[in-house]
Design a protein around this ligand. Sequence first.
Ligand code: ADP
Ligand code: ADP
Length: 226
Amino acid sequence: EAVLRLSGLEKSYNRGKPNEVRVLRGVELALVPGEIVALVAPSGAGKSTLLHMAGLLDVPDAGTVEIGGREMGGLGDRARTAVRRREVGFVYQFHHLLPEFTALENITLPQLADGATERAAQARARELLSRVGLEARADHRPAALSGGEQQRVAFCRALANGPRILLADEPTGNLDPATADRLFDVLMELVADEGLSALIATHNLELAARMSRVLRLDGGALHPQA
Ligand code: ADP
Ligand code: ADP
């Protein structure tokens, strides 16, 4: 049973206008439990668009998104938001941490928004921080952390609510190669420990080759990479 299933996904921008851009033209994907799939695509191919559909940040023009066997198209806004918060973790190329809050607070906030107690949220945040080697940085604000450290905190935040799916858009793209490599190991460990399934967009073909399989987004559809 797929954790995430995309079927016949289509998406255009400026739909029906002369400047319509058809980005997705029938995307099919079944992400099974525990697998880590690399998504490779030339810039502009639509990988952010695809990740936004999968993460319920945007809705397709046609096709379906199923999470945990449930079709998302029929859900109202509140139910969609709840699924997005609990079932899906996001990591972006830039950390998007809240600058005025500490590392610990950035990881507790999504849990509090989802109804956790302060005590439980802090315990989970500290546990995650220690797993990425940042227990000593809990009370630092993002500006006081290095790029690699900021991204580790962003990973912790993405996993704070115990999602089943991790979606990542160039999670190591903003870092030097050595830092990117180490960070990628941390991410793979977290994903394995938490028993997640992941879809990770990357330009780095060496990193892609270390994942369960590689899919290329081209012409608006996904193709297996030999
Ligand atoms: P990628 O992440 O692979 O670089 P995107 O999904 O960001 O690609 O964009 C795919 C295509 O859709 C690009 O041609 C981009 O210019 C276009 N596009 C993205 N967002 C919009 C938008 N809001 N309005 C119009 N065109 C867009
Ligand atoms: P990209 O490089 O993929 O275009 P951006 O630079 O736009 O990404 O980064 C900001 C991101 O925050 C966007 O992808 C936006 O969709 C995302 N975002 C917006 N609302 C939410 C939300 N509720 N949860 C997680 N991410 C969100």
